[in-house]
Each structure stands twice: as structure tokens, then as C-alpha cells.
Design a protein around this ligand. Structure first.
Ligand code: AMP
Length: 428
């Protein structure tokens, strides 16, 4: 199948060929035709599948085929969960609309509002936005969503993870009822289905390749290691392997900072990217990583979500995620576009449950090894860390009243999995 056969305009085909794309990706082949027909679409696709062009190209086609009066109301809204994703989607919109008479803008928090307001006042057709800044500027009367014709909700699952449900609901109330809706999500939980039901009208459902096929193309390995030796091990792997582009995942923002500092002290050029970093620092870290001046990017799941870093040779899980699906997203960043990639996980005893859940999800036992000098601690508890902390607190309280250590008895109980929503507060 070619882009021509999808029925896209000459101006868009010119922009596509300038980008160097020859064939539409599977998600583009499936999503573009129904969007062009004006239908609502529910798409299952994650970053790396070409999903952005999957909604941007037909959206631009529709808007440019029906030009509006000189006064430019915002006609299309693309909502994304993170600033980085907003910036990336906007960059795509700009490139694909190079030969069209459409204007676009991006707004997100963490940066000065004034230039964004000035751009909006000039009149734009397509707005890419994160929820907070969008509602903020709408409240100030700087923008109106009353003339929206097409609404795109990108990475809907992350939106919910990040607690944007209320903002999405508020945004929807600001738009006209009659509009076309496109929703993209990597995963389909009950909450996502409920959200889709509330937003979409008889949607056409499309799907990129199942995630499993991505996983199979990636070499996965587990290093069993004592918790306290992880930093030493990762520094050894990166230094001795002379790895040039490594994406490292930690569970918390604090953990990302700490690890990054230790790497820098060991002579590795590293940068951390997470929700507490200023927009400038995040952009700088990402561009350094892309141009090769930064070898290691230490990121939390939410910060890394949606980053377009093609052909990544190494992904390391410094800590396993407590949500198995996040593991699949993380390692999906290596071996993209047919290139080979390696995904390593440093696993300490307290992560045993997470590893078991991940292996169940990916449907395979991940080969594991131990490196001499970095052996796991044979006496460490296999309970997840939070559970251990809770138990030791409980034990202390009860000891005070009963003089008996109940926590040690509880050690044999099966650990409960952490709740997705409640564990997110420190993950951005
Ligand atoms: P996305 O999933 O939208 O983040 O896109 C992932 C990467 O694939 C981006 O670098 C796009 O520029 C690139 N891309 C999108 N569509 C195509 C295509 N049809 N052919 C080749 N590369 C593409």
C-alpha cells in the first residue's frame, strides 16, 4: 500500500516524501481511511508505530479540504499527557502541514504563557496541548474550543495514569457535541474502555501489531543482584561495554536523580528526565541524548512516555516497574524499526514478584545471570519494598503494645500487588 492510495492530498504527499517515508506503517494503513471518512476511531497503538502521522495526516487533510473564513477558530485539538509528547506531536504537525495553509500551535505548562498567548491571538487551526495549560488559558478567555471539529486524545492510558480524567471531562464539555473523535491508547483497561464509551460515537477500532511481537524481537536479560550493588553493576556494564546510548528506567524521581549523580561522579555523561525537572532541563537532556553528547538518560516511566528516540541499542531497568505493562513499554524502546536491541533488568530479591508478573505477561522466562562480585543477597526478603516497610512499621507499633514481633510471622504471606493509581504519585 502507498500513501497515494490512501487518498491524501498532493500537499501532504509532498511533505511525507520530504520526511522520507515510502510506505504507511500498519497503524497508518488502518487508521487513515476511517478518519478520512469522518468516523470516530479508537486505536490501539504505542509510540514507535507511526501513530502520530496516523491521526495528523488525515486530520490536516480534512481541515485543508474545507477551509474556513479568515478569522481562525481552533478547529482541531490534540490533547497529550506530557509536555515532551506535545512538543513532538506539534513538530510533526508543523512538518506535515508545511505545504498547507493551516496554522498550528502548541501549549503546555512549565514555561511562560505569554508567547503561547500571543500565538493563539493570531488565530490557529490546530492546537496541540497538555490538559492543565489548556484549561488555564481557556479560563483566562485566551482560547475557545467551541468550534472544534476534530478532537484527538493521544496516549489516553497515560492520561488516566497521570490523573487527567477530570480535566478531560471538563475539556469535552467545552467542545461542541458534533465533532469527530480519535482516541489512541497503548493499553485497554476497564477505565479506558469506559472513557472511550463516553467520548466516541460508534468508533472504528484499529490496532497496531500486538505488543508480543515487539517483545520477541528484543534480547532480554535479567541480572540478579543485591539491591545495594545495583549502582556499581550498572556503572560497570555501561563503562566496560562502552555503551553510547542507554535509556535507564528508575521507579522514582528521587531515584533517577541519585543514580544520575553517581554516574556523573564515575565519569559517565548522564542526564535525568522526570516531572520535577524544568521544561528547559528536560529539552536539553533529551537533545543531548539524541545528539550523542549525553550517553545515559535516566528516566521515570511517565517522563519517558512518548519520547521519540529511534533505534535505541540499550534499555536498562534499574528497577523493575510494579506494573507489568510498563515493562513492555520500556523495552519497546529498543530494537525499533527492525534494529537489534538489548533490554536488561537489574533485579534484587524484593522485585521477585514483579519479575514473575512480567514473565507471565510476556509469556516467557527471561534468561537470568549473576555477575561475579555483584551477587544477590541470599538473606534479603523477597517481599516488595513497600510491603516490607509497612510490615516493619506494623511490627514496631504492635511490639509497643504487645511486646511481640508480629511482622516476622507475616513474612510468609503472599505479597499484594501495588495499586496502579496510588503508586503513581512519585513516578512522573
Ligand atoms: P510515532 O509512533 O508517531 O511516535 O512515530 C515513530 C517514528 O516513526 C517517528 O520518528 C516518525 O517520524 C516515524 N514514522 C512515522 N511514520 C512513518 C512511515 N510511514 N515510515 C517511516 N517512518 C515513519
Amino acid at each position: 500500500m502507498s500513501f497515494q492510495s490512501l487518498g491524501l492530498s498532493e500537499a501532504l504527499l509532498k511533505a511525507i516524501s520530504k520526511k522520507g517515508y515510502t510506505t504507511p506503517s500498519p497503524i497508518q494503513q488502518k487508521a487513515i481511511p476511517p478518519v478520512l471518512e469522518g468516523k470516530d476511531v479508537l486505536a490501539s497503538a504505542q509510540t514507535g508505530t507511526g501513530k502520530t502521522a496516523g491521526f495528523t495526516l488525515p486530520l490536516l487533510h480534512i481541515l485543508s479540504e474545507n477551509p474556513k473564513e479568515k478569522y481562525r477558530p481552533i478547529r482541531a485539538l490534540i490533547l497529550t499527557p506530557t509536555r515532551e509528547l506535545a512538543a513532538q506531536v506539534y513538530a510533526n504537525v508543523k512538518e506535515y502541514s508545511e505545504f498547507l495553509k493551516l496554522r498550528s500551535a502548541v501549549i503546555f505548562g512549565g514555561v511562560n504563557q505569554k508567547p503561547q498567548i500571543a500565538t493563539l491571538r493570531q488565530g490557529i487551526d490546530v492546537l496541540v496541548a497538555t490538559p492543565g495549560r489548556l484549561l488555564d488559558l481557556q479560563n483566562q478567555g485566551v482560547l475557545s474550543l467551541k468550534r472544534i471539529e476534530i478532537f484527538v486524545l493521544d496516549e489516553a492510558d497515560r492520561m488516566l495514569d497521570m490523573g487527567f480524567l477530570r480535566d478531560i471531562e471538563r475539556t469535552i464539555k467545552l467542545m461542541p457535541d458534533k465533532r469527530q473523535n480519535l482516541m489512541f491508547s497503548a493499553t485497554f483497561s476497564k477505565d479506558i474502555k469506559k472513557l472511550a464509551h463516553g467520548i466516541l460515537n460508534h468508533p472504528v477500532q484499529v490496532e497496531a501489531e500486538p505488543e508480543n511481537s515487539t517483545v520477541e524481537a528484543i534480547t532480554q536479560k535479567v541480572y540478579r543482584v543485591a539491591k545495594g550493588l545495583k549502582t556499581g553493576l550498572i556503572i560497570k556494564l555501561i563503562s566496560e561495554g562502552k555503551w553510547k546510548q542507554v535509556l535507564v528506567f528508575t521507579r522514582t524521581k528521587h531515584g533517577a536523580n541519585k543514580l544520575c549523580k553517581k554516574m556523573i561522579n564515575s565519569g559517565i555523561t548522564a542526564a535525568a528526565i522526570h516531572g520535577n525537572k524544568s521544561q528547559g532541563a528536560r529539552t536539553k537532556a533529551l537533545s543531548g541524548f539524541k545528539n550523542g553528547s549525553v550517553n545515559v538518560l535516566v528516566a521515570t516511566d511517565i517522563a519517558a512516555r512518548g519520547l521519540d528516540i529511534p533505534l535505541l541499542p540499550h534499555v536498562v531497568n534499574f528497577e523493575l516497574p510494579n506494573i507489568s505493562e510498563d515493562y513492555v513499554h520500556r523495552i519497546g524502546r529498543t530494537g525499533r524499526a527492525g534494529a537489534s536491541g538489548e533490554a536488561l533488568s537489574l533485579v534484587s530479591a524484593d522485585e521477585t514478584t514483579y519479575l514473575r508478573d512480567i514473565e507471565k505477561l510476556v509469556g516467557m522466562k527471561i534468561p537470568s545471570e549473576v555477575i561475579e562480585g555483584f551477587e544477590p543477597d541470599p538473606n534479603a526478603s523477597t517481599l516488595p519494598e513497600k510491603r516490607q516497610q509497612r510490615q516493619s512499621r506494623n511490627g514496631q507499633n504492635r511490639n509497643k503494645s504487645k511486646g511481640e514481633n508480629i511482622a516476622s510471622r507475616n513474612n510468609s504471606r503472599k505479597p499484594k500487588r501495588n495499586n496502579r493509581r496510588s503508586s503513581n504519585n512519585n513516578r512522573t
